[in-house]
Each structure stands twice: as structure tokens, then as C-alpha cells.
Write a protein that binds this ligand. Structure first.
Ligand code: FAD
Ligand code: DLZ
Ligand code: SF4
Length: 510
């Protein structure tokens, strides 16, 4: 008799196009989906993220069964559930006397390792939901001195033929960012995101998540995210029709009580298999062809997906597990408690943290130039920052979160992802947001009682790490600006920064 294989599908692999399912035989193989505490708790994920994943898993299992697949599903409150992935695979392996475990490569070294070590015959297949394979990225990287995203992106444009006119980019330029990144307008009426109605499956999951993980950071209710590919597609369509045309212009803008602005809010769906990246980009390209959105917006959006998203994944797998342990700037401070409470007088930070608490979402510039910028300026241990981002964001899976946090945001890889640290004083935040007008601190002040903490911290960061950055041509102007300042002001600035850091160490906030 031909033995069955066990096909393990993880909570971020919820598509029929996943490699392990594409290789499976419906007539004899079993698909395993397992809700387990180990995955929900190895970092304490935001309850909305856990609910999103469990509900999407349950909906996917229903779909598989309707299509005739045999599904072995572990619900979180099943008393027989061993509460970890390996335990569940071994339990089912015994039950069905399986031949082999087949799994698509997880997006995290931790899980890859435990699956490689499982006492079963196992096949780990490459995840081919991406545009570039591991081999293609390695090949691209092999002869490069520096791994800059922009050049990799051009390769991806050529490969996908997105926004191409023969071998030339449409519009004559690869990148239209000069036309993007406007300051926020005085008034904005940003389109509302769809609040999906929860069905019985989602309501059951919400009940269980609320009971089980209510000590985790974040608010479970209201829960309105899509949990099926059909719903995720509706969210994408709405973005294309109502927000895409202004996506480029206000990509970097931040506004009080406007968490989403013109962003797509689709990373959670792309990263879990509810949306396909290439199909998404083709729909967005069509919006340009049909005159629904301008080139600067469409090119900017496509670059985020076939450029940044693919590049970041390439870096994670190219650099290996040791990438997580790097700490180029030797940053050692503890993460201030206001990252978990939002309890700070810095309006920009409290906005980012409180939105994250409610939605499990903040947009790119809030992540990079508010919470990330502050952590970098304050020498926070990158591991603690990584733990925070991985647990609080609904779209966070290590392959995409770690290079963004450790590389792009915290410079802990010494400049693999970023050619210079993403740091700024309050002036940048003031230019790109309306936060400062409603802040306790004065963004124009560097030294006074109410001086914006970003200002002194910015200069003290530059001076503390002068040995590492002063020869970087992209930072020369910053050091020249410092040199031009009065000696007394310099001394007072560094002392102010010290006072801020001591205050945070003592009271956990500022
Ligand atoms: P939009 O702004 O509408 O962009 C469209 C899409 O482009 C996103 O859905 C996303 O898939 C892709 N994209 C844009 N920038 C990036 C990027 N730098 N890396 C990968 N994909 C990108 N993104 C994640 O998906 N998961 C993470 O865990 C994550 N952690 C981050 C941590 C830090 C410190 C920073 C600075 C960025 C992080 N990002 C992460 C990238 C980016 O912030 C999110 O992809 C984006 O905010 C998701 O919201 P959106 O769908 O509205 O994106
Ligand atoms: C993030 C997550 C959570 C919260 N829960 C589960 C789960 O119960 N079962 C599962 O298969 N996957 C879950 N995931 C996603 C995994 O953690 C993810 O597959 C790895 O982090 C690799 O990207
Ligand atoms: Fe943030 Fe400083 Fe502006 Fe306050 S003044 S919102 S702390 S940048």
C-alpha cells in the first residue's frame, strides 16, 4: 500500500500555491494546520495578530476540505493539542503512519532548525511565492561590493516586465521618488479602510484569543481585518480605487489620528498568502494603464513590493541566522517601558505606540522615523527592538521584520541594508507630520526644559559614533553642521542628551 505524506502548512503559508501543497497528492496525503501556543507565545504576539492568523487558518482549512483535501486541524483549545508544531506533526505521524513530512521552508531560522531536526523523514521545499529565488538573489549579490536595493529592484522590473517599455522603464526613469514624500496637507480626508464583518468562525477565534492571550500587548477588539483571499482582494481593490493615486505623494506623511492615510494595509495579507505579490503588482500596474493612478504613485508602490520586500527577504536568507545577533553600534540600553504603554509626552511616539496597540499597525515612516529613530538615537539593544517589532505588528514574520528592524532601522548590521543610519532630529518629524503642534515638547528647542528630546539625542548619537560614521560621505554635512556650532552649545547639547537618557533609565519615560 502507498503510504501518505503529511503536508505541514504554517500560519503564514495559507494559499493553494504554496510549494508543499502543489507537490501533494489529494487522494492520499494529509494537510496539517496547527494552532499552537508555542507560535503565539515565543514572542508575545499582539492578540489581533493571533486572531487574524487563527481565523485565516480555519477559513483555509474549510476551503481545503471543500476541495476534497484531507485536513488534520489542531484547534488551540483541543485538550490533545501538544501546543507546538513539532509535537502536532509527531502526533499525526503516529496516527496516520506517514511516510514523510513535506513542508514549505518557514520564514524564520528558528522553525527551519526544529523542522530539520524532527525525527521523521522530511522534505523542506523552497517557498516560491516570491519573485526572486534564493539562488537568484545570491547570484545578484555575489559580485556586488554593496547590496543596494535600487539596483536589485531594476533587475526585478526587468524580470517581471512591470512598468517596462521594452528594456526601458516606462516614463524614462526607474524611480520617481523625487515627486513623492510631500509634507502632509493641512486637512486630509483619507479613505476609510474596509471594516470586515466577522463570521461565526472569526467570532469563535476572538473568544478563544481573548481568553488565552489577554496578557499580551494590544487590543483585540474591534477586529475588522480580512481573513480570506476574497476579502483581502476587496481590501486591495478599495486601495487601488480610492488611495493609490495619492499613495506616492503622502507615503511619508504622518497625521494625528490618521493611522492609515493612503497606505494599502495589505502587508498582512501578502505575508500570509491571502494575496499574491505579483498579481497585486499587475493590478496596480493596470491602474496606471487605465489612468486611475499616476506613475509616481504606481512606480513607488510596485517598488515597495518587487523591490524592498524581495530585497529584504533576500538579505534575511543570504545572511543566515547570525544576522540576528549583530550589534554594530554596541547598543545596550533597555527598551523604555513607553514602547509598551504609550505613556510618554513625546506626541509622535505616543501616537505610533497607541495606534500599534489598537490596530497592530503603524505605517513605514512611523516605524522607521519615530519608534525606530528614537530607539537608535537612544542606543537601545537591537535585540529588544527586534522583539518589540516582531511581536506588536500584524505583518511581522522574522524574514521581513528582522532586516527591516535590525538592518534598515537600527544599523546593527553595520550598513548592509542602509548606507547610513536613518536618524533625524525633531525637524524631520515636524516637516512630515502635524504631531509637533500638539506636543508637550518644543520641536525648535534643543536645550530648554521643554526641548524636543530628538534634538539633543540626534547630536549626541552622531558624536558618540563619530569613529564609525565621520568618513561616510553621506554624513559629512551632518558633522560639518556640528562643527559650526558654538562650543558652549555643543557641551550643553551633549549634557542635555545625557539628562534625557538618565531620566528614561530612572523613570522608564520622558
Ligand atoms: P504600504 O506602505 O502601502 O506599502 C505597500 C507594500 O509594500 C506593503 O504592504 C509591503 O508588503 C511592501 N513594503 C513596503 N516597504 C517594505 C519593506 N521595507 N520591507 C518589506 N516590504 C515592504 N513590513 C512587513 O511586511 N513586516 C514587518 O514585520 C515589517 N517590519 C518593519 C520594521 C521596521 C522597523 C520598518 C522600518 C519597516 C518594517 N516593515 C515591515 C516595512 C513596512 O513598514 C510595512 O511593510 C508597511 O508599513 C506595511 O503597511 P502597508 O501594507 O500599508 O504598506
Ligand atoms: C505567527 C503565528 C502564530 C501567532 N501562530 C501560529 C500557529 O498557531 N500555527 C502556525 O502554524 N503558525 C503560526 N504563526 C506563524 C508562524 O510563527 C510562522 O510560520 C513562522 O514565524 C515563520 O514565518
Ligand atoms: Fe516628537 Fe519632538 Fe515633535 Fe514632540 S516635538 S512630536 S517629541 S518630534
Amino acid at each position: 500500500m502507498v503510504k501518505s505524506n503529511l503536508i505541514l502548512v504554517l500560519g503564514d503559508q495559507l494559499t493553494l500555491d504554496i510549494a508543499a501543497i502543489k507537490k501533494a497528492d489529494k487522494s492520499k496525503d494529509y494537510i496539517i494546520l496547527a494552532e499552537v501556543d508555542a507560535e503565539a507565545e515565543y514572542v508575545k504576539h499582539h492578540p489581533k495578530k493571533i486572531a487574524f492568523i487563527f481565523s485565516a487558518m480555519r477559513h483555509f482549512a474549510t476551503r481545503l476540505r471543500k476541495l476534497g483535501w484531507k485536513v488534520l486541524y489542531s484547534e488551540i483549545n483541543d485538550p490533545e493539542n501538544s501546543q507546538n508544531i513539532i509535537g502536532e506533526v509527531l502526533r499525526y505521524a503516529e496516527k496516520v503512519d506517514a511516510n514523510e513530512l513535506v513542508v514549505t521552508k518557514p520564514g524564520e531560522w528558528r522553525l527551519i532548525k526544529v523542522l530539520e531536526d524532527i525525527p521523521l523523514k522530511v522534505a523542506i521545499l523552497e517557498d516560491d511565492r516570491f519573485i526572486a529565488s534564493h539562488a537568484e538573489f545570491e547570484n545578484w549579490a555575489s559580485d556586488k561590493k554593496t547590496l543596494r536595493m535600487e539596483f536589485f529592484y531594476r533587475e526585478m522590473r526587468r524580470k517581471t516586465n512591470l512598468l517596462m517599455d521594452g528594456d526601458k522603464p516606462i516614463g524614462g526613469k526607474w524611480n520617481f521618488d523625487k515627486e513623492n514624500r510631500k509634507s502632509p496637507p493641512k486637512k486630509i480626508i483619507s479613505p476609510k479602510v474596509i471594516n470586515f464583518k466577522n463570521d461565526e468562525t472569526t467570532e469563535n477565534v476572538l473568544y478563544l484569543v481573548n481568553e488565552r492571550y489577554n496578557s499580551h500587548f494590544g487590543e483585540l477588539y474591534p477586529f475588522n481585518y480580512a481573513v480570506t483571499p476574497e476579502e483581502a482582494n476587496l481590501a486591495l481593490e478599495k486601495f487601488i480605487n480610492e488611495s493609490l493615486s495619492l499613495f506616492g505623494d503622502y507615503q511619508d506623511a504622518m497625521m494625528l489620528d490618521e493611522p492609515f492615510l493612503y497606505h494599502a494595509l495589505i502587508s498582512l495579507y501578502l505575508n500570509t498568502g491571502l494575496l499574491d505579490p505579483l498579481e497585486t503588482c499587475r493590478k496596480v500596474e493596470k491602474a496606471f494603464i487605465n489612468g486611475v493612478a499616476p506613475l509616481n504613485a504606481v512606480e513607488g508602490f510596485i517598488r515597495q513590493i518587487i523591490g524592498w520586500r524581495e530585497y529584504i527577504r533576500g538579505i534575511y536568507f543570504l545572511k543566515g541566522p547570525d544576522y540576528l545577533d549583530q550589534n554594530y553600534l554596541d547598543a545596550k540600553r533597555k527598551l523604555p517601558s513607553f514602547y509598551w504603554s504609550g505613556d510618554t509626552k513625546m506626541r509622535c511616539v505616543s501616537q505610533a505606540v497607541l495606534q500599534t496597540k489598537i490596530h497592530s499597525y503603524a505605517h513605514h515612516i512611523q516605524r522607521l522615523m519615530v519608534t525606530g529613530n528614537f530607539a537608535l538615537l537612544a542606543d537601545i539593544d537591537p535585540k529588544e527592538v527586534h522583539y518589540w517589532y516582531l511581536s506588536v505588528y500584524i505583518d511581522a514574520f522574522e524574514w521581513v521584520e528582522a532586516p527591516n528592524t535590525l538592518g534598515m532601522s537600527q544599523f546593527s548590521d553595520g550598513g548592509v541594508v542602509a548606507s547610513k543610519p536613518y536618524i533625524s532630529s525633531g525637524a524631520y518629524i515636524n516637516r512630515m507630520s502635524n504631531y509637533c503642534k500638539k506636543c508637550h515638547y518644543d520641536v525648535k528647542d534643543k536645550l530648554g526644559e521643554k526641548a524636543c528630546p530628538f534634538n539633543a539625542l540626534y547630536w549626541s548619537f552622531l558624536i558618540r559614533h563619530k569613529g564609525k560614521f565621520s568618513s561616510n560621505p553621506r554624513m559629512a554635512q551632518m558633522y560639518r553642521n556640528w562643527d559650526r556650532q558654538d562650543e558652549n552649545v555643543k557641551t550643553a547639547t551633549l549634557s542635555k542628551a545625557q539628562t534625557i537618557l538618565s531620566q528614561i533609565s530612572k523613570s522608564g519615560t520622558i
